[in-house]
Every structure is written in structure tokens, then in C-alpha cells.
Design a protein around this ligand. Structure first.
Ligand SMILES: N[C@H](CCC[C@H](N)C(=O)O)C(=O)O
Length: 287
């Protein structure tokens, strides 16, 4: 396929190239295409590729497949869901709610304003319930991370393991420095304690209702924001007694601010902006 129409959208700077299967044939080799389009010099430039796949029955409004910048397929993407819902509203394919099926769960998003000419909006997603995977309910410790070329003794990294349909390791009490986020982040992503790899969140507690976060994403490296990561951070902060369940928690990330709330009944609500940047046509092959 030599001319592939695409949409570029982002949520707080977490940006993806989207291919709309309602309007165009979907690429046959999405993993290879993801690597090419994501490249910030030779491609469009993005954190990955997301396909909107029409659903034959009425169980969902759209299916979403997401590929990281390295071509690996992810199971869930909170910011991706928010952008998909915005686009579905803009194309007048939904009224009020958008049910998005991802690889791991079916989630429901609400878009406001719900208008066809809107290239940006606020989108809330009910992300479902977190799965708290750390055995003692709160923290685990990594003591054997070695960095190439560094002789100092390995740092002790405490983390909480939370799944939002994809894996997250949430870390408190460490500096949000480039060294930690990028070097340790890359080492933690592939540590053997995470058989499928993990996304890594570094958290600085600003107040009981405000957390500052940097994210190292599995398969994409550092991103400006991560929706499922923001949810995992909020859940871990409640488990540690830093924040309160049922109250909105602001998560400020390098690319903007998201809000989450871990509802008393169990689900996590994720709210924030979603934006259409541009539409284009890809001529770079591998579709
Ligand atoms: N940025 C996404 C998450 C991508 C996760 C992906 N990197 C994985 O392999 O799980 C979000 O907004 O939730």
C-alpha cells in the first residue's frame, strides 16, 4: 500500500499515528509499519501506531490495536483510547459513550464536547479495575539492577506492581532524574522479574492530591505522558496511604496534566485532553 491515510493525535504529548479502518484498508504488517512511522527523523514521528478496527457485532463501537515504537504490540493504552474516542465523536460514529475494545479489556469513554468539528476535547475513560500484583499488596524491591559501565553498588528500587490491563512498576522515593528515568527505566523494563517487560513510572509526591510523574514506557522509551501509567500511579499512591481513594488525584507529566480517581466501587476513571494534530498520507511503504 503506497498511500496510507493517517491521523496524528496525542493526549498530553503522548502521540500516536492512527489508521482508521472505517475509511481505509488496514496495513497488513502493522508491527513493521509502527517502527517506520514512529521514527522521529525518517517517519511521521510518534510513540507508536494505533489501528481503529471496525467491530462486526454490537459488543463495542471500535476495536483498537496499539503498537509501540519498537513494533511490539501493547495490550492497553489509556491516552490512545481517549484519542480514538475523540476521533469516533468527530466522525459522528458515536452518541455519548464510546466503547473501545483493546487487547486486554473493553473500556468506555465519554467525550466532551461531542461535536463533529472538534479537533480537541476532554475525554474521560472508565479504565476498569486495577489488578494489584505485588504479593504483599504494596511494595517489592529490586536490588540487582546493574547498569553497563557503572561500578557503584546497585540501587535499591522499591516498586508497586499494578496492572491496568498492561503492566506497570510504580516507583516512589527516587529522583525524577534523566539517569533514573532513562537508564534505570530501560534496565527495569527488561528485568527478569517482569517476564513480559513493564512500563515504569517515577513519582514525586507534591501533595495528597497532586503527583508529579515521569514515565518510561515498555517498547517506546520515555514518553511525555501515559494514561494507564497515571492510573497505576494513583492506585499505588492510595495503597501507600499518600492519596485517598474516591478523591480526584492530579497527575502532572512532562506533556500535561491528567486526572484520575479510583472509585470506591473499584474502577479507575482517567480524564484529560485529547487532540487531533493533523491528518496526512504515508508514502513510506511497509503498509
Ligand atoms: N501510553 C499508553 C500506554 C502504552 C503502554 C505500552 N508502552 C505497553 O507496552 O504496555 C497509555 O496512555 O496508557
Amino acid at each position: 500500500m503506497h498511500n496510507l491515510p493517517f491521523i496524528k493525535m496525542h493526549g498530553c504529548g503522548n502521540d500516536y499515528v492512527f489508521v482508521d479502518g472505517f475509511e481505509t484498508d488496514l496495513p497488513r504488517h502493522p508491527a513493521k509499519l509502527a517502527i517506520k512511522v514512529a521514527n522521529r527523523n525518517f517517519g511521521v514521528g510518534s510513540d507508536g501506531l494505533i489501528l481503529l478496527v471496525p467491530v462486526a457485532d454490537d459488543t463495542a463501537d471500535v476495536e483498537m490495536r496499539m503498537f509501540n515504537a519498537d513494533g511490539s504490540e501493547g495490550d492497553m493504552c489509556g491516552n490512545g483510547v481517549r484519542c480514538v474516542a475523540l476521533w469516533m465523536a468527530r466522525q459522528r460514529r458515536i452518541s455519548e459513550l464510546c466503547r473501545v475494545r483493546t487487547k486486554s479489556r473493553l473500556v468506555t469513554a465519554t467525550v466532551s464536547p461531542l461535536s463533529a468539528d472538534s479537533n480537541s476535547g476532554t475525554v474521560s475513560v472508565d479504565m476498569g479495575a486495577p489488578v494489584i500484583e505485588s504479593a504483599d499488596g504494596t511494595t517489592e524491591c529490586l536490588t540487582d539492577i546493574s547498569l553497563p559501565g557503572q561500578s557503584e553498588s546497585p540501587p535499591q528500587i522499591e516498586f508497586t506492581r499494578v496492572s491496568m490491563g498492561n503492566p506497570h512498576a510504580v516507583i516512589f522515593n527516587q529522583e525524577l532524574s534523566d539517569r533514573n528515568v532513562k537508564l534505570l527505566g530501560a534496565a527495569i523494563e527488561r528485568h527478569s522479574t517482569f517476564p513480559n517487560g513493564t512500563n515504569v513510572e517515577w513519582v514525586n509526591i507534591v501533595s495528597p492530591t497532586e503527583l508529579q510523574v515521569r514515565v518510561w514506557e515498555r517498547g517506546s522509551g520515555e514518553t511525555l505522558a501515559c494514561g494507564s501509567g497515571a492510573c497505576a500511579v494513583g492506585v499505588a499512591a492510595v495503597l501507600r496511604g499518600v492519596c485517598r481513594r474516591g478523591e480526584p488525584i492530579g497527575i502532572s507529566l512532562p506533556g500535561g496534566r491528567l486526572e484520575i480517581c479510583w472509585k470506591p466501587e473499584g474502577h479507575v476513571l482517567l480524564t484529560g485532553p485529547a487532540t487531533v494534530s493533523f491528518v496526512g498520507t504515508w508514502h513510506g511503504g511497509v503498509a
